[in-house]
Ligand binder design. Structure first.
Ligand code: NAD
Length: 314
């Protein structure tokens, strides 16, 4: 397979690129490095720096490509509330650019990285793809709009498309940005540095934390599976974990107590979110292998930064 991964120097994209080249595929990556780091990539990955909205650049990179993984995006929910125009420009504009260039280059399939955030608040959990989305942020709207563009333009241009609604991905190699960091790497860093973790709202809000290797399994399957055209498919662990329980699991993983502070300044987002994986199992043969307890252990073993903090702590 010859693939292009947009946003391939990011957390999920780099893990996918490295898996695919290890399996003998030809992999190109396009990333503007606004959040990515090409040092994460295996030497065999062909890296190009550029903006995903640059259609002429996409034309060049798409020559001979059979499948595009479209992952390039701005990814922070709180930041999207501050800068909705930018999120619309990059996330929606980038998706339209990818579809237009894919049409011109004769690409066979586009796999889009959507998000469990499109669901927002849902009464029924686990949430299945038939639930009506209630996006609560410009980020979530940009993902839902992109799904519709991928679907509609794919049908108009004769390109196979599939959107994976990825839930809360975590794992080794995940960045901890100064602001709006994802909860698992941030809590681990805080706990290992001897600091306190801040739990928003009651701490009873739940999420579906899915380990990076499982997310990559689903992405790989999405480029090869038959019967996935125009589908949206949940990719989670199927396991519901409260933020409170996560703090306890982190304490267990690092082998000491974790001090937590509570903040009512923020409600902590939707109260419950866990993925129904029926469709992923049926269409992708997806079977997540790593639960949160095992995932935290793997992260502490394989993430160089966290391993170093553990060593210093010992
Ligand atoms: P990430 O920030 O590590 O990766 C995104 C990459 O896109 C970065 O390397 C960034 O430099 C690049 N990028 C941003 N704007 C760009 C532009 N204009 N042109 C080219 N490249 C650009 O985030 P991630 O966690 O690896 O997420 C990858 C994708 O998966 C995103 O589309 C995200 O919305 C989606 N997703 C992630 C999660 C999660 O939990 N990590 C959950 C659901 C969906």
């Amino acid at each position: 397979m010859r693939v292009l991964i947009t946003g391939g120097a990011g957390f999920i994209g780099a893990a996918l690129a490295n898996r695919l080249v290890a399996e003998g595929h030809h992999v190109r990556v396009l990333d503007d490095l606004s959040a990515g780091d090409p040092a994460r990539l295996d030497r065999r990955v062909v890296f190009t720096r550029g903006d995903v909205r640059d259609v002429p650049k996409l034309w060049t990179l798409l020559q001979g490509i059979s499948c595009v993984y479209h992952l390039a995006a701005r990814v922070s929910v709180p930041e999207s509330v501050l800068y909705p125009r930018e999120y619309n420009d990059v996330n929606v504009g980038g998706t339209v650019a990818v579809m237009q260039a894919a049409r011109d280059a004769g690409v066979g399939r586009v796999v889009f990285a959507s998000s469990g955030a499109v669901y927002g608040d849902q009464e029924t959990q686990p949430v299945s793809e038939s639930a009506w989305p209630h996006p609560r942020s410009p980020y979530a709207v940009s993902k839902l709009a992109s799904e519709l563009y991928v679907n509609t333009l794919g049908a108009l241009y004769g390109i196979e498309t599939v959107s994976l609604r990825i839930f809360n991905a975590y794992g080794a190699g995940q960045f901890v940005p100064a602001a709006h960091a994802p909860v698992i790497p941030f809590f681990l860093k805080q706990a290992l540095s001897g600091g306190s973790v801040i739990v928003f709202g009651t701490g009873q809000q739940t999420r579906d934390f899915v380990y990076i290797d499982d997310v990559v399994d689903a992405l790989v399957a999405a480029s090869e599976a038959t019967g996935v055209n125009r589908q949206v498919i949940n990719v989670g662990s199927g396991q519901e974990t409260s933020v409170r329980a996560l703090v306890d699991l982190i304490a267990e993983a690092i082998g000491r107590e974790v001090h937590s502070l509570h903040s009512q300044a923020d409600t902590g987002g939707v109260s419950r979110l866990v993925a129904d994986l029926t469709r992923a199992r049926a269409l992708l043969g997806y079977a997540p292998k790593v639960d949160v307890r095992a995932g935290l252990r793997l992260m502490l073993q394989h993430d160089p930064y966290l391993r170093d903090l553990m060593r210093r702590d010992a």
